[in-house]
Design a protein around this ligand. Structure first.
Ligand SMILES: [Ca+2]
Ligand SMILES: [Ca+2]
Length: 231
């Protein structure tokens, strides 16, 4: 190998390592020092199950590393805990209130199953919040990928006006909510952290459209880390 190639390789590796060390920029208008890592309690992991037989152009590789701390303005806590949940269809297993009950276990007794097709659930935070992170656990007993995940925030419970989309991995717009550039991912006990970047709203809505194991939509828990707006 030419020496220049070796140097380039070393440089690329150094840059790659540094990129993983740089914390994510969050709440850019918050002064440095006002931030703290949000505290996320993880459920016990599931081991085993059948390997995933799925490939998608938009699927990100499984990441077994611990999630880096997510920095948000101090005081941001899970505002969704115990709050009311609405849905596009009544569950066929479990109850909607289990989506915000704090239980994130992979057991079927912790699972809320919603009918097939494009469906949504939405959490009412009861007042407008500045929202920094949304965490969602779908069914994480084994390797599944949920399709067409879209996360939105609004002050309108009908989501007709002033809707902010903070995640969308529907790359072919099959759900009709617009083309999304976010990645598909394999479920795990860590849940998915969606960076909401401080958008404000009272309602958080999550869409999905079936998964690799069946056509149903599932939720175990949704958390919304935010701070109530004072004004
Ligand atoms: Ca739950
Ligand atoms: Ca799609």
């Amino acid at each position: 190998m030419k020496r220049s190639a070796v140097w380039f390789g070393a440089f690329a590796l150094t840059v790659a390592v540094m990129m993983t060390l740089i914390p994510r920029a969050v709440g850019e208008d918050a002064a440095e020092g006002d931030l703290a890592a949000i505290e996320i309690e993880l459920p016990e992991p599931f081991f085993g199950g059948t390997p995933l037989d799925y490939w998608g152009p938009n699927l990100e590789p499984q990441d077994f590393r611990d999630r880096p701390p997510f920095m948000a303005p101090k005081g941001a806590v899970n505002a969704a805990l115990g709050k009311t949940v609405a849905g596009s269809a009544p569950p066929v297993h479990g109850e909607l209130k289990q989506i915000t009950d704090g239980d994130k276990h992979y057991a079927r007794t912790s699972l809320v199953e919603i009918p097939a097709g494009v469906q949504w659930v939405q959490v009412d935070l009861e007042k407008e919040h500045d929202i920094y992170a949304i965490l969602v656990w779908h069914f994480h007993e084994g390797n599944r990928v949920y399709f067409d995940i879209v996360a939105q925030v609004s002050n309108d419970p009908e989501f007709n006006e002033e809707v902010e989309t903070v995640y969308n991995n529907d790359h072919d717009n099959s759900s009709g909510l617009g083309v999304g550039e976010d990645k598909e991912y394999i479920e795990s006990y860590k849940g998915r952290l969606i960076d909401a970047n401080g958008v404000s709203g009272r309602y958080v809505r999550l869409y999905s459209n079936g998964n690799t194991a069946d056509d149903f939509n599932h939720y175990v828990e949704i958390e919304v880390y935010g701070i109530p707006k004072t004004s």
